[in-house]
Design a protein around this ligand. Structure first.
Ligand code: NAG
Length: 207
């Protein structure tokens, strides 16, 4: 910004500039300008991890040879599950499908009930249909809110960085955990915009 070059104006200009930036951060296209053209996309959806019974979407592929886990009875260090979990707009499995979570989780802590998660969120409806988000991180299932990293993406999420807030929403059954995921992804201004004319996904795209 050229106007900040006049040193005598600096204190006032800096104040005004930060006020403008603060207002711009709040919402709208100005928010993108304030962050150098980057946009923050906030999505909320629910993930259904079903590890047994009818409609199973997650399968244990490695049974850790031991030691037995001290706080997760029946589990072993190294246990690894591969998943293709349904993502829905609401917490109910019957609500509108919005994508799949495809990847793995491994019991990677000797002492805590903490999983290492590595997955691709594949969006299959709405404005971001066809785009994917790469998510990696630690899921300590004893914590009420876990934070995982957004490490990249494709389509509208090309070059994304950010984080995911991850909560256990409810247990439908012993084998069916419902997780609530809030994704905050910052994408470069050059990323392809959401599909023109696509129906806005109520409840999914929050910003
Ligand atoms: C998502 O995109 C695919 C491929 O273009 C298309 O077949 C499908 O109907 C779309 N789904 C929705 C819900 O828009």
């Amino acid at each position: 910004m050229a106007f900040v070059s006049t040193a005598a104006w600096m204190p006032r200009v800096v104040f005004v500039a930060s006020l403008v930036a603060a207002l711009a951060m709040a919402s709208g296209p100005a928010a993108a300008a304030a962050r150098g053209g980057r946009r923050v996309i906030h999505l909320r959806f629910y993930m259904h991890d079903i590890t047994g019974g009818p409609g199973q979407t997650a399968v244990q592929v490695v049974k850790g040879p031991g030691p037995a886990h001290p706080v997760m009875p029946g589990s072993h260090f190294g246990d690894t599950t591969v998943m293709d979990d349904a993502l829905t707009e609401g917490a109910s499995a019957a609500s509108r499908p919005v994508g799949r979570a495809q990847g793995t989780y491994t019991l990677a802590s000797l002492r805590e009930p903490a999983l290492w998660v590595s997955m691709t969120v594949v969006l299959t409806g709405g404005a971001y249909n066809g785009s994917t988000i790469a998510v990696v991180g630690r899921d300590d299932i004893s914590a009420s809110v876990r934070e995982l990293a957004v490490v990249g993406g494709t389509g509208a999420f090309r070059g994304a960085t950010g984080h995911v807030l991850w909560r256990t929403a409810r247990m439908e059954s012993r084998d069916h955990v419902v997780l609530e995921l809030d994704v905050y992804a910052t994408v470069p201004g050059a990323s392809p915009p959401p599909r023109a004319g696509a129906v806005r996904q109520g409840g999914l795209n929050l910003d």
